[in-house]
Write a protein of this length. Sequence first.
Length: 293
Amino acid sequence: MTTIRSILAATDFSTDGRHAAERAAMICATAGVPRGEVLHVIESGWLDALRRFIDLPARVPQSLVTNATQSLKELVATVREHAGIDLAPRVRVGRVLDAMLEALADFDLLALGARGLHPVRDLTIGTTCQRLLSRTSKSVLVVRRKPAAPYRRILVAVDFSAPSRSAYALAGAIAPEGELYLVHVFEATFEGRMRLAGVTDEIIEEYCVKARRAAEIEMEQFIAGSGIDGDRLHRFIEHGGHVSAKLLEMAREIGVDLVVVGKHGKSLVERLLLGSVTLHLLAESSCDVLVTG
């Protein structure tokens, strides 16, 4: 069984950033995570840029740290009132991405908001989340909603690869009382070529039935030995269509509050790049998304 021993929440004091801290504390409470911390990074880049034009008083950087520390303490106090969990506050000065990665090295999981204080800037230079995922093997939870309760319905996207196995195990750990919906979307390998070649619908249908059966066997093997209570498992084998679109459709139909997906899939392209399915889920999901390393 996978266990989570530590969670780092990153906040820029935006609404979603506060929600990330609240969700991290809630996970600590429900999953028995012994160590939680909330991090705020003061971007050093704009301070360096200002110094090129004006002589900043020495007290300015320290004043920023003092103000941020006070704001972080207030956030921690608010989280404590709602979740009953103390998150340790930490303020750093540096390049945001580098500082977050350095801090994350000592944690199992990072929680951060889907939208920060500068959504337009994020759209033009690439989101912090996507850049983080390309540089870390740690799991990242992208929080889109204010947490009202522990995760109850979790969709886990599976293609039976090692990353989706990690996603399945982490879903069980992050929501020990939640219902897990394992969804595999398959496409019969040569179905498209067979149609182009004029193969009859009956033969194609028989081929797809066999492909589904093979996927069902893989699903059973995937689940076996996981140690997760079978009473809270639901499995779905879906055929065809755009994988991420089908996953989003299933998420809406089931009414899940978390989607869990591995960073990469089985294909070579998915292994070399941040997976297209993962990127689509991050961009289009209306609920929280957990991306496992």
